[in-house]
Design a protein around this ligand. Structure first.
Ligand SMILES: [Zn+2]
Length: 63
């Protein structure tokens, strides 16, 4: 199984957040959306979810 990784450093923000969330795509999307809303003050919307989906990467084995 390949996990997906959402690296907050790839998300435009002024806070210099370094959080990385890894897991199955649905889990990462949910957690990253919560994080973007609660920590970065984004408004929850389909657009936000699409933006987050756009920065998801496959987790590289052994890193
Ligand atoms: Zn963050």
């Amino acid at each position: 199984m390949t996990r997906k990784v959402a690296d907050c450093r790839k998300f435009p923000s002024e806070t210099g957040c370094t959080l990385t969330i890894a897991g199955e795509e649905d889990e990462v999307l949910r957690a990253a959306t919560d994080h973007a809303v609660s920590v970065h003050g984004h408004a929850e919307s389909p657009e936000l979810r699409e933006q987050i989906r756009g920065i998801l990467e496959e987790e590289k084995a052994g890193t």
